[in-house]
Design a binder for this molecule. Sequence first.
Ligand code: FAD
Length: 374
Amino acid sequence: MLSTKTKKIVIIGAGIIGASIAYFLSLRSHNNVVVLERETPGSGASGHSFAWVNAFGKDPRDYHTLNRRSLDMWYRMEHHLDTDIGIHYGGEMRWENTKEGALQLQQRIRKLQGWGYPCQLISRDEMLELEPGINPGNVESASYSNADIHVETDKFISACFTRTQASGTDIYTQSSVIDFEIQNDKIVAVKTEDNEFTCDIVVLANGTDMTKLASLVDIHIPQQFSPGIIIKSTSCDTVLENIAILHAPSNDEYKQHIHLRQLYDGSLRIGQGTQEGINRDDSQQHADVLLSCAKAFLPAIGNASAIATPMGYRPMPLDGFPIIGYTESLPNMYVALMHSGVTLAPLIGEMSTMEIMDDVRIDWFEPYRLDRFN
Ligand SMILES: Cc1cc2nc3c(=O)[nH]c(=O)nc-3n(C[C@H](O)[C@H](O)[C@H](O)COP(=O)(O)OP(=O)(O)OC[C@H]3O[C@@H](n4cnc5c(N)ncnc54)[C@H](O)[C@@H]3O)c2cc1C
């Protein structure tokens, strides 16, 4: 029998989930890993993400805890990778300008505090102490969540792959997986258009395309369609002095909440509605409206202009919760599909590696197995 360390592992997809799993495998001195990516690392959902790392809106309690554990792991990731992985510390601040919105926020904060999530309601004055440059208008209620961060996914993915390549992992870009070879109810080879990779274990980390790929081997991965858009801006002065993420309420000009973060190059990322909200309007006009709405709250944005960005597609299991683990019908096929994959990447990378290398079942993952859809 092969030892786990000599098993050939093929990871399909070089987004944040594939990158994190590859990284944790490399920490176990596993140098028999191949990553196959259809385009370039991070070109899927990970490159279109708002990348807010949090457990704020995550229900029920088990799912909140899963996200919280991963959020806390990001600090360890930065320490271990010991390079710039694009983390922005400072927490998340939000406010509501209607009585109804205020009540909902107060209830949410009480629930999260009961779960031990570091957050609190704050006054208008405290908001302005945290972010003196903000122009919030009417504030019915406001909150601050201390532990939340955001991440520049391209930097994290690149740091993971730099490490894994140094440990002997081969990464093939522009290599789309198109088929599998099966013998005795196991996958023995993964096929791209011009190559074939023999394998002992296959990890599907290919996001929205997983449903189509898994259907080739008669495995059904139920997903919903979830397009979203995060617009960009040209760079501007620092608009958030202390916090990392801002959520602002709707106003007369724009009828949805907006969320905003700033990268180290000074550019902004702005999204609308909730983290799961559907949005298909990738026009320049829509990008201009979003930025102008943000400028009303943050005058320091100044003359920065909006850059319309193509739609991104969230990997979104049918019930909204992750799908993780080996499949029943093909016991050497491991799947990792989820929304909130930026938040969850460290935890999924580390725990999936244990499941793969040590042949254990992690009980935190039990609610998230594929067979719940049977
Ligand atoms: C608009 C938007 C906002 C979001 N906001 C947040 C947020 O604030 N916080 C958060 O935690 N999450 C957020 N998410 C979700 C998060 O971005 C995703 O859950 C995460 O990026 C998923 O990573 P992944 O590696 O599974 O998938 P992906 O990044 O999509 O990577 C999959 C990769 O597989 C490749 N691939 C596909 N098919 C094949 C094939 N046949 N062969 C080879 N390669 C293949 C693709 O090219 C792609 O690079 C958001 C997503 C979107 C779109």
